[in-house]
Ligand binder design. Sequence first.
Ligand SMILES: Cc1cc2nc3c(=O)[nH]c(=O)nc-3n(C[C@H](O)[C@H](O)[C@H](O)COP(=O)(O)O)c2cc1C
Length: 330
Amino acid sequence: MTTSLAPTTDSADSRAAFYQQRPDSAQHIDLSVMIGSLRLSNPVMPASGCFGPELGRLIPAEELGAAVTKTVFSEPRGGNLAHRLTEIPAGMVNSVGIPSQGPIGYLTHLHHAYESLGIPTIISVGGHRPSEYASVVAGLRGRGSALELNVSCPNLDRDGMDIGADPDAIVEVVRQVRQETDLPLIVKLSPMVPSISVCAQAAESAGASAVCVSNSLPSLPIDPLTHQPALGNIIGGLSGPSVRPIVLRLVWQSAKAVQIPVIACGGIDTVDDALEYFSVGASAVQVGTANFGRPFAMVQIARELSALSKNLGASSMSDLVRLWRNDSEA
Ligand SMILES: Cc1cc2nc3c(=O)[nH]c(=O)nc-3n(C[C@H](O)[C@H](O)[C@H](O)COP(=O)(O)O)c2cc1C
């Protein structure tokens, strides 16, 4: 038997009515998760670059565990040449290239809007070398609830990927950033490494509070009409459902290698996708590409986790995963 997630009917109207309803939190299990000293009320949050405050106003963002910002660089930068996005059958390839206003621009123009969502703000930080990460963090002046160190962007020059592929450089980024802040640190790892376990262990050994697995995968889409590269930057990051089995393997290996929480990120669209990740050891999930087509996807996943827990009588997240697995086998 396969579990029937609420709502139990396929009618579009009743589905819409169900998802518009605010859940009665008193009836549901505690889905909270700790990232270092930071408590998230539930394990669902957006992936960096795939959610901004303007989207937060279209959905009940207060039902998310956290907001994660677009990566902030030390200096203002414009990003890559157009075209920056292209759709593929099971996802998208982007070469946005991290346009950034720098830490001062971020604090002046964006931070307040994220904070007004009423959930923890996790600020994503980028750089080309460890000292640049530390300088962004110094410029952020302690703002935010946690920091996510993006050592894995496929859309920069090689440097962005080089840090994420070098365990010693990961250690150095965390070490230098730690000198500037006491906030919980999440290290966002690259999928393009010989051993994700070694990279996750490097982050943990340097004092990271969690790892996020993973960033998008470098790829080269061809435009079917022009037969030329579809993106101005030629190379872009592949994301969406097509990457999920790859990232599931990476999350599984990471979770076996470290004690700190592993935040899964790759092709999550539904509660079942999220549960796949929880079943291989993830403690939380980030949703990226799905937000562009269905801004409500994250809230729906958070609500369905609660509804499913109640339906199955789960007492904790691990209990929920166990029951979800058994229920599918029955
Ligand atoms: C349009 C777009 C912009 C992104 N920008 C960033 C970014 O600024 N920083 C970052 O760490 N990841 C960025 N990412 C990667 C996502 O955060 C995420 O790691 C990746 O898309 C995989 O998740 P998904 O399959 O759910 O989209 C971006 C992805 C997309 C599609």
